[in-house]
Design a protein around this ligand. Structure first.
Ligand code: ZN
Ligand code: ZN
Length: 210
């Protein structure tokens, strides 16, 4: 299983390409230059078979429409917000842009995506949004979306956000087995470095990032 980070520019989220028999993209960001980044590594956008969005915010799903051959997957709670074009919840209104209301698969906690040698497991981690998920690889990497970053936890003050659920989600991640953490914004970190934040569910240092 090969993981290729595609760091976000400006407000766009980080995206992560996972190649293991086929290509899965974790989040698409909101910067069309992602196509350039993918071409640079020799991957045409049509080769992405699956897009997994960590949640419905525009800065993570804005470029979904560029991946015409991919199955678009979100947790059902956030999938609904995109299907119903709920611009206040998806922040499309805030960004003054539109989101293509297309979701192909509703995910739920515990869903497993089998790749050639490894697996991706969906962990429902609500709090930043009701349908926020983290993705755990069988190789010990966690993609946390906007639930937790290297130096802060996610915001809980946006529509469908909930501080109590965020705290529970952090504590849930504390008991999951992973070494490396790839967040939705900013640099990667390790479980060891953010262990106390996860265990205590400390949510005082919220990020300013949507
Ligand atoms: Zn967000
Ligand atoms: Zn974000």
């Amino acid at each position: 299983m090969q993981i290729i980070p595609l760091p976000g520019n400006g407000p766009s989220s980080n995206c992560y390409l996972i190649v293991d028999g086929f290509a899965v993209l974790i989040d698409t960001g909101c910067d069309e230059r992602i196509l350039h980044s993918l071409r640079k590594i020799g991957l045409p956008p049509e080769a992405v078979r699956m897009v997994i969005n960590t949640h419905c915010h525009f800065d993570h799903v804005g470029c979904n429409e560029l991946f015409t051959e991919a199955q678009i997957c979100l947790h059902s709670a956030d999938a609904r917000q995109i299907e119903e074009m709920n611009d206040a919840v998806t922040l499309a209104g805030l960004f003054k842009r539109e989101i293509l209301p297309k979701v192909d698969r509703h995910l739920k906690d515990g869903d497993v995506i089998r790749m050639r040698t490894g697996t991706l497991t969906v962990i429902h981690t609500p709090g930043h949004t009701a349908g926020s998920i983290s993705i755990l690889t069988s190789t010990g990497v966690l993609f946390s979306g906007d639930t937790v970053f290297a130096d802060a936890v996610g915001r809980w003050d946006l529509p469908t956000g909930n501080p109590d659920l965020l705290k529970r989600s952090l504590q849930l991640l504390a008991i999951k087995k992973f070494l490396q953490l790839y967040p939705g914004h900013g640099p990667p970190t390790t479980k060891n470095k953010i262990k106390s934040v996860l265990e205590d569910g400390i949510i005082t240092s919220a990020s300013k990032i949507p």
